[in-house]
Design a protein around this ligand. Sequence first.
Ligand code: BGP
Length: 480
Amino acid sequence: MKQTEKRFPEGFLWGGATAANQLEGGFGEGNKGLNIADVLPGGKERLQVLKQPGFNWEIDKEKYHYPNHLGIDFYHRYKEDIALFAEMGFKAYRMSIAWSRIFPNGDELEPNEEGLAFYDRVFDELAKYDIEPVVTLSHYEMPLNLVKNYGGWRNRNVVTFFERYVEAVFNRYKDKVKYWLTFNEINSGLMMPVMGLGFAIQKEEDRYQPTFQAFHHQFVASALAVKAAHRIIPGSQVGCMLIYAPVYAYDSNPENVMYAHEEGRFFNNFCGDVQIRGKYPAFVNRYFKEHHIEIEMEDGDLELIKEGTVDFISLSYYMSRTERKEKTAEEVRQGNMVGGVKNPFLKASDWGWEIDPIGLRITLNELYDRYEVPLFIVENGLGAYDKIEEDGSIHDDYRIEYLREHIKAVGEAIEDGVEVMGYTSWGCIDLVSASTGEMSKRYGFIYVDLDDEGNGTLERKRKKSFYWYKNVITTNGEVL
Ligand code: BGP
């Protein structure tokens, strides 16, 4: 145990985070419709689909039945899982509602009662233990019908469908959920539109007009959601959700410094500027002009975006990015999800994600300096292979080390004066990885007995990190 002097505020929301499509399973149960995650392949093929043009949404469903369809079977085991979260002392649980459970095809007029009833049961279970739900409305789970027959977020009608969906869940859960998040990692659509924007790039030009048209529709939808939440649930708070990776210049060459600055500002601030400041920033207007992008807007869109700004920022933080303008293939850090060149000062995870706790302190300061609204870290963690010892124990000291250093960095940022609402570590229970579609990239404090081929008992086991995190929460971050 290591001591830290940093003090986290009273009521700090410690907890864990998951997403429906990565843990629920319950495929087709309760009238759930198909969504994006249900048809993505697993393994190496998934990253190709996400990053390279050409995906057509037609895949061999039998072949990919596992693991998307089974998740970790939270749909049937949520009581047991929530009891384990409670045992760790969670104050908050960040989860998502699968849109396709509520509106199976996305375009129905009335919500699906069985889907609504499922989340009632989950929220009631959380309430038993005083765990505050923090609910993402859309976490890479758009109903597949909206993707295939409407073209995803490029289509303006989707805004209306989304509004119908969020009003249905706000009305239903108004006494149960106070904290809401609109679109998970909204800016990830700049890298991988498949999951977030619901369409696959077919040709290079799609990265311009169609991509930003889709973003515009999400911004309008987000503003409508904020306004609806405030109207339907007095006292509710709605956050945007950004994937944030500070961008460092590789060296002091001003060309590289400028390049890193521009890349960072675009990736990290484009969506935040619209959702928090309520307007398109000047640098984006220049980009639109240079790339001949003309967003189609309806009258009143810009006013709406201004009126519907979010109450707080939630973010995921896993890694930083280091950039130089000209880079050779050898310099590129293979696997670093947000790109860039290899940073000689940083180690990387087994998947090549660069580990940089100081980057989290930089992130929190950058965001707070720019927007001056409360921040909520709703994802952070280490994906790693875990080994079960003969006696059944799992000594995940590497995970503890990663989390300790990152939580310390949060403490430093709080000392810097940054307002931080909470910290929910990603994948508090092992679940299906978003980028590989497999189980073996594990983040949890709780091990789930399931392998990449779908074999296993689904039994849950407490890892060493489970006891460590419990103590972190008990001492409100004083003992790390
Ligand atoms: C974020 C996503 C999550 C989650 C996490 C870890 O980008 O919001 O859904 O999966 O990354 O990623 P992975 O599962 O690919 O390791």
